[in-house]
Design a binder for this molecule. Structure first.
Ligand code: 2RA
Length: 345
């Protein structure tokens, strides 16, 4: 069968890529309905060579829709996701609006695809930096057990949207040419203070919580426990924004349950993991970087090594395209898994 699919936020950094991914996998679409805010009405988007007019995302715009992919910010999802569900759609939501709701499955298909069947109309797509970490660690958890994660991230500006990409371009050029530097978006548009991202590193992604962690850090902590179904897992995160355009990189320290596990054993399980590519060959300087992962659907893992003091501790380096596997591609994979399950049911 074929499906009527809506994309909400089709003009955004992720929305654009959702469209591209649907086209790439030849998703069985009957009607594709591009939705956005009023500002974009009148503009066209291209899908499979056809020009489609962008429509305003209103409750009525979801009439007849089977699957709605949302990526227009949490407030839009809070306003419209239930409206879409009430009209018969299944919502796959890329915002943080419902991720921690008990009756909303939070899905990385390589990790917990089966949880999709518990949905009540809304399925959440996790945060980008969480997705690449849990997909890389799931095979390790499965084989050797996992009890602690300490992660530091190196995140690209595209995670903050197209405006942030433009800000980095502008600042880089302005600084090199000695022109006036405008600083309006980073680290968080709505915050009182802004700092240049060009030639800089900002230890703040999203706003601060009461416990002094940022919301991005708490997303990594809470979402990881939910997706891996390990409420007791110890997780700590430090999230940092850096001046490159695409991909997030992560330095991850883990402690596993099993004793006497070797690096080749860990490399072996990661190599066989779905959606994960082992790129760990230091003799030939083989390791992934944000540039090498850009535009790819896979998650890349390198620099696997044993901690020098903790017997069951290991370090690894994980890189993935945050807009693709971290958002658009993962959402489309969820949609694929959903229709697969429906056809089996
Ligand atoms: C970021 N994780 O990179 C966010 C995107 N949702 O800012």
């Amino acid at each position: 069968s074929r499906y009527n699919v809506a994309i909400v936020g089709v003009t955004g950094a992720v929305g654009e890529k959702m469209l591209e991914m649907l086209e790439k996998v030849e998703f069985p679409i009957d009607e594709l309905r591009p939705l956005a805010s009023k500002r974009s009405v009148g503009k066209m988007i291209q899908y499979k060579g056809a020009d489609l007019p962008i429509q305003e995302a209103t409750p009525e715009a979801f009439e007849g829709i089977d699957i709605a992919l949302f990526s227009a910010g949490g407030s839009v999802s809070k306003q419209l996701a239930q409206e879409a569900v009430d009209r018969g759609a299944v919502v796959i939501d890329n915002t943080s609006a419902f991720r921690m709701y008990e009756d909303v499955p939070l899905i990385v298909p390589e990790v917990n695809k089966e949880d999709i069947k518990n949905h009540k109309g809304i399925i959440a797509n996790p945060n980008c930096s969480t997705i690449q970490m849990v997909a890389a660690l799931e095979p390790v958890r499965e084989k050797y057990g996992l009890n602690r994660i300490i992660v530091s991230t190196y995140q690209s500006v595209s995670g903050s949207g197209n405006d942030a990409v433009e800000e980095l371009k502008h600042q880089t050029k302005a600084m090199l040419e000695g022109e006036t530097v405008y600083t309006e978006i980073m680290p968080v548009k709505s915050e009182a203070k802004h700092f240049p991202i060009a030639f800089n590193a900002l230890p703040q992604i999203d706003t601060f919580e009461e416990n002094h962690y940022t919301f991005e850090e708490m997303k990594m902590i809470n979402e990881t426990k939910k997706i891996m179904n390990l409420p007791e897992l110890n997780v700590a995160a430090t999230c940092v924004r850096l001046p490159f355009f695409y991909s997030h990189a992560e330095s991850i320290y883990i402690e596993i349950d099993d004793e006497n596990i070797t690096v080749p054993q860990l490399q072996g399980v990661i190599k066989d993991a779905p959606g994960v590519v082992l790129e760990d060959d230091i003799v030939n300087q083989g390791y992934p970087t944000p540039l090498s992962a850009e535009g790819k659907l896979d998650i890349f893992v390198g620099r696997i090594r044993k901690d020098l003091d903790v017997e069951n501790g290991f370090h690894l380096w994980v890189v993935a395209d945050n807009v693709l596997k971290g958002a658009a591609w993962n959402s489309v994979q969820i949609a694929q898994a959903l229709i697969e399950m429906n056809s089996e049911a």
